[in-house]
Design a protein around this ligand. Structure first.
Ligand code: GDP
Length: 305
């Protein structure tokens, strides 16, 4: 098994024992370890390069203060920079304490469009979000599936929506996704729903027809949130998927699913860097309550290993 970044850095810290300052050689060695470990954690190469360059700037200028050894100071710099890369910063450049929740600042019904590849966890996450919005935000929530290619997907959404305690709007495979969307929106308006969650079709790989379809749905629904759902286990592939969805749609947030798996979660760095939008939630189990606000600080610890 590959060493974690924490292992690698702690070995380095040992070799630095007794040193009073961080030398340029220490920084170079550390950066090499960081680069290797991030690649092993499946972070995309351009993202790794960029990250390493930022850590280098910070480390070379760093003053070692208090009781920290230079080695510990370096580990601290890496951890902080990891959290800053995956999380959201305030105007002072500090990591924001709370995660970004769903934006509902719009005339109801607030539409949330779910985008992502098949199997990423869109349907499951739609229901998890419905439950979150009902319980934590006290909203009246409607779900609808635009996946006209897989009748089983429509049924799946019906089942999980019931588990979430939300309402489900029926759709059938012979309808056009745009017509489904318009009918659901009309129903949501007439019945005073606060939120309409729209699950969409996914393919196993990026597909132009699928992208055109979801763009049309976006134009029709004018969602306040367009969430890119991505499987944390996807590793390096997450970068291509993220690029394609970012080019197709004005994304507003990311949900990183399957963080209960054994991946180091390096996809979080890649996806945050590529989409430029906040990772709002993390999926942590198959169950309906397996959704957490994404915590960049904690996730940095996981990527470090
Ligand atoms: P979709 O095709 O994007 O709608 O994906 P689904 O919602 O059907 O999810 C695909 C599979 O991943 C299902 O077996 C889900 O139970 C599972 N899944 C979704 N999210 C998570 C998660 O956060 N953790 C785990 N362990 N499984 C998940």
């Amino acid at each position: 098994m590959a060493s974690t970044l924490a292992d690698r850095l702690s070995r380095l810290v040992k070799t630095m024992r007794g040193q009073a300052r961080i030398t340029e050689t220490n920084v170079q060695e550390m950066l090499r370890e960081v680069r290797m470990a991030l690649l092993e954690a499946d972070v995309a190469l351009p993202v790794v390069r960029d990250f390493v360059a930022r850590v280098k700037d910070k480390a070379l200028g760093a003053e070692v203060v208090g009781s920290l050894t230079p080695g510990q100071a370096l580990v601290g710099i890496v951890h902080k920079e990891l959290a800053a890369t995956m999380g959201e910063l305030d105007e002072k450049g500090q990591l924001k304490a709370g995660a970004s929740d769903i934006n509902l600042h719009t005339q109801p019904p607030a539409v949330i469009l779910m985008a992502g590849l098949q199997g990423a966890g869109k349907t499951t996450t739609t229901a998890k979000l419905a439950k979150h919005l009902i319980e934590k935000r006290k909203k009246k929530v409607l779900t609808v599936s635009g996946d006209v290619y897989r009748p089983a997907a429509i049924e799946q959404l019906k089942t999980v929506t019931a588990q979430a305690g939300a309402e489900w709007f029926p759709s059938t495979p012979d309808q056009k996704p745009r017509d489904i969307a318009l009918a659901a929106l009309d129903h949501a308006r007439r019945h005073y729903f606060d939120v309409l969650l729209v699950d969409t079709a996914g393919r196993l790989a990026i597909d132009e027809a699928l992208m055109a379809e979801i763009r049309e749905l976006h134009a029709t629904l004018k969602p306040v949130e367009t969430l890119f759902v991505v499987d944390a286990m996807q590793g390096q592939d997450a970068i291509n998927t993220a690029k394609a969805f970012k080019e197709a749609l004005p994304l507003t947030g990311v949900v990183l699913t399957k963080l209960d798996g054994d991946s180091r979660g390096g996809a979080a760095l890649s996806v945050r860097a590529i989409t430029g939008v906040p990772i709002k939630f993390a999926g942590v189990s198959e169950k309906i309550d397996g959704l957490e606000a994404f915590n960049a600080e904690r996730h940095a610890g996981r990527v470090l290993g």
